[in-house]
Design a protein around this ligand. Structure first.
Ligand SMILES: [Zn+2]
Length: 166
């Protein structure tokens, strides 16, 4: 009978073998393979994609078409965790700017990734190349930094600077 909470790779392999009927060596290989643990949410630099901001962007674009027929399609970008329109046309009317302002304000308190309330958090981007800290508006569930980063003084300084501003 395999142990309930196997802690070594050999124990896990035996449990896996019992469960799957694989050869022990196959099970052992599977259990010792270095696992690249990936977070549930992967944040991307400058990207505005995500289920939280998508409806805000859609609504803003709908409103823009109403207040400005022929309005150029905004180039949305995320910057320091905020939603922005990269090149707001110089001739944009007040109503247009108001629509943009509303969207930015709403996005600033909405998790970009899911529709939960969010706030500025220093997260991690670029896991494939080692990554770096980046500011995103997100909720606790979508927040991610590598575990060994959280206590690093450099990271803590960024948190103090970006998360504690109001
Ligand atoms: Zn979220």
């Amino acid at each position: 009978m395999p142990k309930k909470n196997p802690s070594t790779a050999a124990q896990r392999a035996r449990q896996r073998q019992a469960a799957t009927g694989e050869k022990y060596t196959t099970a052992l290989r599977a259990e010792t393979r270095p696992t690249m643990r990936r977070p549930a949410v992967e944040h991307a630099m400058f990207s505005t994609e995500g289920a939280g901001w998508a409806p805000i962007i859609r609504r803003a674009e709908r409103e823009l078409r109403k207040v400005w027929p022929g309005c150029p399609r905004p180039l949305w970008e995320e910057k320091f965790g905020d939603l922005c329109w990269k090149y707001v046309p110089y001739d944009a009317a007040r109503e247009v700017r108001a629509v943009i302002r509303r969207a930015i304000k709403e996005a600033s308190v909405t998790c970009q990734t899911c529709p939960s309330p969010g706030r500025k958090r220093v997260v991690w981007v670029g896991l494939d190349w080692g990554g770096m800290a980046w500011v995103k508006t997100c909720c606790d569930a979508c927040y991610y930094v590598p575990p060994n980063t959280r206590s690093a003084p450099d990271y803590q300084r960024l948190v103090e600077w970006y998360e504690n501003q109001s």
